[in-house]
Write a protein that binds this ligand. Structure first.
Ligand code: SF4
Length: 335
């Protein structure tokens, strides 16, 4: 399906099935903006009532700007994510100070709390600016219809979908098209049970014809950054120190390190431990290490866990050490 016919089909669908919402059909940028902020994390049914109440109490951006933060937050109560209300209040003051609503995407983007999506949504609906508003609904519709499996939560994915959505924008009808995409994604091409049977673009839907509806869109699994807590004890005994080679199956395999403790109590070496540094941060891919460094100077040869060897301190440079251990050595007092 050419971009033009996809767009035309969606616009036809919207004319028939578009949702009736109290902020639809208005061209007041303020009312549209308030609706977009409310709907960022809120279901439409709940958002509708809040919008009506909000607009009744603060019918203009000037009224919102003149209100106290307490009053704005009270009206917002129950919607959660209060930073949205605070940012909106601050942005209302920005707008009033500037003498009116910005009429460019760049100007809208400069308002507190306004990101790419909100700027495009408000810009297109209030001023018919040719900007594609790409939210989760739009990602899903485009990924399925065009069979795009580029992960949507990557920079490449964002660019891919934004440029496709921009290409699809009909000249002079950005407002209707953006709303059509939002509504179509929210009511027809839904995440779990899309209405493919009476879908206006089913004939050209790649996901439908390749059996990938539930595989698209694709999200890259972000590996959670794991935190690990290490403690290293540098033992100094008659000019010698204890090292072990790090075992297989973990980071730094084969490198050498002083007495190592992870998630366990510090061992008793028969002498007090001097803390050299605590919470030293060392960042690796997908891991953050937080390390405490200690110095132990026992009077008698301490018993060590298996695997450690005694090394003459001047010979330390002959051993390959992780960078974190080198940082520890830099903190050692002269022996
Ligand atoms: S055919 Fe189904 S999956 Fe494809 S765009 Fe239509 S509703 Fe979405």
């Amino acid at each position: 399906m050419s971009p033009l016919s996809f767009t035309a089909a969606l616009l036809r669908w919207f004319a028939q099935y578009g949702r009736e919402l109290p902020w639809r059909g208005i061209d007041d940028p303020y009312g549209i903006w308030v609706s977009e902020v409310i709907l960022q994390q809120t279901r439409i049914d709940q958002g509708r009532d809040y919008w009506l109440r909000f607009m009744e109490r603060f019918p203009t951006v000037e009224a919102l700007a003149a209100a106290s933060e307490d009053e704005v937050l009270r009206l917002w109560q129950g919607l959660g994510y209060y930073s949205r209300a605070r940012n909106m209040h601050a942005a209302a003051r920005q707008i009033v100070e500037a003498g009116g609503f910005p009429r460019t995407i760049q100007g809208l983007r400069a308002l507190k709390g306004v990101g790419d999506y909100t700027a495009a949504a408000v810009g297109s609906m209030a001023f018919n600016l040719p900007a594609a508003a790409v939210d989760g609904n739009v990602y899903r519709v485009l990924a399925r219809h065009y069979g795009i499996d580029v992960p949507i939560n990557t920079t490449h994915g964002k660019h891919t979908f934004e440029s496709l959505a921009t290409e699809l924008l009909p000249p002079g009808q950005a407002s209707a098209f953006n709303q059509a995409m939002m509504d179509f994604g929210a009511t027809w091409c839904t995440p779990r049970s899309p209405r493919c049977i009476d879908c206006p673009v089913a004939g050209t839907c790649d996901a439908l014809h390749t059996g990938r509806i539930h595989l698209l869109p694709v999200k890259e699994r972000k590996l959670k950054v794991k935190e690990r807590h290490f403690a290293y004890i540098y033992i100094r005994y008659k000019g010698k120190t204890a090292l072990r080679r790090r075992p297989a199956g973990d980071i730094w395999q084969g490198l050498w390190e002083p007495l190592f403790v992870e998630d366990a109590p510090l061992p008793d070496l028969g002498c007090p431990l001097t803390l050299l540094a605590s919470g030293v941060k060392h960042v690796l891919t997908h891991r953050v290490l937080l390390a405490d460094f200690y110095l132990a100077e026992p009077q008698a040869l301490p018993a060590l866990p298996e695997g450690y060897i005694w090394v003459e301190e001047p010979a330390l440079p002959d051993y390959a050490l992780p960078r974190l251990v080198e940082r520890m050595l830099d903190l050692l007092p002269q022996g």
